[in-house]
Design a binder for this molecule. Structure first.
Ligand code: SF4
Ligand code: SF4
Length: 198
């Protein structure tokens, strides 16, 4: 047997319309939160994960990023090149030369592992996200395109003034100081090879 419907009061004509108008009025007075993209560009945080840029000069083709990528969507090809010895009698050296570096963004899940594991700072996040394609094959970005994204990578934030000086900067500063003191110690007058000492 069906349960009886709860008792209802007398129906006021137009109550639904009044409630709807009240909602409209409340919403009109609130701050707008909807961004009218693409007419209004979103104000993204600097560490947004949009696309990955490749700074090719830093890449040593160590393959760490490709091996660690959970989606196997980084494709790297390379060959070995033999370089002559730096000094007579020295040994020849070999190095990896990059032939292909591509990321398939149709597979990428934007985890950032490749950027984290790169030991040579060759991969960077760019907040750029407008690269949708109608052809899925176009979502595989080759090295030239990955290099182009580097121009959209934001500058790193300034160092904390209270932070310890980075090792690289400390080493460069010491080298510059040594060079400066060595230059000062050299004689300035060609007629006086002892630098003015008698
Ligand atoms: S962000 Fe993650 S899924 Fe995308 S290429 Fe890098 S490691 Fe692979
Ligand atoms: S981990 Fe870095 S250096 Fe190694 S292949 Fe990838 S991008 Fe190049």
């Amino acid at each position: 047997m069906a349960e009886p419907l709860p008792p209802t009061g007398p129906r006021i004509p137009g109550i639904g319309l009044a409630k709807g108008l009240a909602v409209t009025l409340r919403t009109m007075t609130k701050k707008t939160v909807t961004a009218q993209y693409p007419d209004a560009q979103p104000d993204l945080p600097p560490r947004s994960r949009g696309v990955i840029g490749l700074f090719e000069e830093n890449c040593t083709v160590c393959m760490l990023c490709a091996r660690e990528c959970p989606d196997w969507c980084i494709y790297i090809d390379s060959h070995k090149e033999t370089l002559p010895a730096a000094a007579p009698g020295g040994r020849e050296r070999s190095r990896n030369v990059l032939d292909r570096f591509a990321i398939d963004f149709s597979l990428c899940m934007y985890c950032g592992i490749c950027i984290e594991v790169c030991p040579f700072d060759a991969l960077f996040w760019s907040p750029e996200f407008e690269y949708a394609e109608t052809d899925i094959l176009e979502l595989t970005h080759e090295r030239d395109k990955l290099r182009e994204w580097m121009w959209t990578v934001p500058a790193p934030p300034a160092l904390d003034p209270a932070a310890e000086e980075p090792k690289e900067i400390a080493a460069a500063r010491k080298t510059a100081e040594k060079l400066a003191s060595a230059t000062q110690a050299q004689p300035t007058d060609p007629a006086d090879p002892q630098g003015g000492d008698s």
